[in-house]
Structure formats: C-alpha cells, structure tokens
Write a protein that binds this ligand. Structure first.
Ligand code: GEK
Length: 239
C-alpha cells in the first residue's frame, strides 16, 4: 500500500466541494495528522478510554471510520475477546483503504453505510471522531439519540469535532491559530485557503455549547470536554 503526502489543494483555480474519494483516501493519514492538531493524542486516548469503558460481550462502534485509526485504537484498548468493533463509513474508497490498514485486526467488522442508517445496540464505546460535523445540522440530534439508546449501562460516546467560536472574535482567533498550525505543518497559504473553500459547504462546525446542550437533550447525563486544541475538541459523554 502506498501512502503519499497531501498536495491535493496546491493548485489555484476554482475548487469543488470536498469529497472522500480515492485521491483523498490515498493521502488521508498525512492529511488528517497535518490538519487536525492533537489528532494523534486523541487516537491514543481512544485506546485508553476503551480500556476504561469496554464491557465484555458488547459492541464498539467507529462511526465515520475513514481508514480505521480509531478502530485500531479501540482494538488495542480491548481486553475482552468477545467484543466486536463495528466500523462504518459511506465512502467506498475510504473503506477499501481501511480494510488494508487494519488487516490483522480480526475483531473489526466493516460496514459501508450512512451512519444515520446503522442500528446501534449493546454498545459500550461509540466513537464519532470528526464525523458528526459532516452531517446536516438537522440530522445530528437524531443520531445522538440513537447512540444514547444503544449504549449499555456505563457506556460512553467519544465525540470529537471542529468547533465554531462563541463570538466572531473568538472564532477568528481559533481559526488564526489553526491556520498557523497548518503553516507549521508545511501547508502553503494557497493550500489552506483552497481546502477551506472546499470544506465550506461540507464541514459545518457548531459551538461547544451547542454540542453540550444537544448531548443533554439526547439523554446523556454527563458530557465532559477532555481535549481542546484551538478549534478542535473532544468530549466524552455517558448516561
Ligand atoms: C479518524 N474518524 O481517522 N455516513 C458515514 N460516513 C460518513 C458520513 C455519513 N453520513 N459523512 C461523512 N462520513 C476518522 C476521521 S473523517 C474526518 C473521520 C475528516 C465519513 C467520511 O467518508 C470520512 O471518512 C469521515 O466520515 C470523516 O479517526 O476528514 O475531517
């Protein structure tokens, strides 16, 4: 399997909406690690949170699994042999690469589906690692209710999202720090602005307050932000 450096947005000119196609799948590990500050730390902590919360005989879900990095972290954190990890993505190119990436992890079942159509039952750990942000806003509450209803007692949802600031000033400050991070990671100003344009109608961030309120409304009694770097946040939510 060949993996490449992400140069998908290094040309000027009009850009279409971002899609998870074969070109993105080929560079995805490089793209996400140079675009999401703290991505590796979050993946590491998914392993730790899995070790804390996975229960024997349950399922673990990776919703919007991409190449399966969070699924592999859950597999590393699992101490129960009778658990299955259900990894879901609706992009065939991403799922094809995920199967290659995770070859050898026999407890992962891949499902090509929209995460809104997946039945969730007997779940001790559910991961939405930078995926909810791609759903239409009106679809988000329904998915969170489905996740909540599918959790066993003591089960958790790990929800990571790119967020919007609470005020235009806060948003501008967070975006400026994120863009400085991308420059530090070797992306040019052109690549940053072209990618931003491609994501504008596709990745729809909301404020942390909106996420926490919606989790409460979906029936999660607890929701704790445990990670934030600039406009990237991860929350652990439980019953
Ligand atoms: C990681 N979690 O490496 N149904 C299924 N999959 C979807 C849907 C949907 N409705 N919408 C988007 N996706 C991964 C990273 S990437 C985040 C997640 C990013 C999928 C989409 O195909 C893509 O693979 C993933 O969600 C989002 O921990 O690229 O910023």
């Amino acid at each position: 399997m060949t993996e490449s450096r992400d140069r998908l947005f290094d040309r000027p000119g009009p850009v279409g909406d971002f899609v998870f196609d074969a070109a993105v799948a080929r560079v995805f590990p490089d793209m996400i690690s140079r675009s999401v500050p703290g991505y590796a730390a979050i993946i590491n902590m998914i392993e730790l949170l899995t070790r804390m919360h996975a229960r024997p005989g349950t399922r673990l879900y990776d919703l919007g699994c991409s190449l399966g990095a969070a699924s592999l972290a859950m597999a590393r954190g699992l101490t129960h042999a009778d658990c299955r990890i259900v990894a879901v993505d609706n992009a065939p190119a991403m799922l094809a690469r995920a199967r290659e990436h995770t070859a050898g992890a026999g407890n992962i079942d891949f499902v090509l589906a929209d995460i809104r159509d997946v039945a969730i039952a007997g779940a001790s750990v559910v991961v939405l690692n930078f995926t909810l942000q791609f759903l239409p806003r009106e679809a988000r509450a329904g998915l969170l209710r489905t996740v909540r209803a599918g959790l066993v007692p003591g089960g958790i949802l790990i929800l990571s999202e790119k967020i919007a600031g609470r005020t235009p000033e806060e948003d501008a400050a967070l975006v400026a720090m994120h863009h400085a991070f991308k420059r530090q990671q070797g992306y040019s100003a052109l690549e940053i602005s072209q990618k931003r344009a491609a994501l504008e109608r596709v990745l729809l961030p909301e404020t942390l307050d909106t996420h926490l309120r919606r989790l409460g409304e979906a029936g999660f009694a607890q929701a704790h932000p445990w990670f934030q770097c600039f406009n990237f946040v991860s929350i652990v939510a439980g019953a």
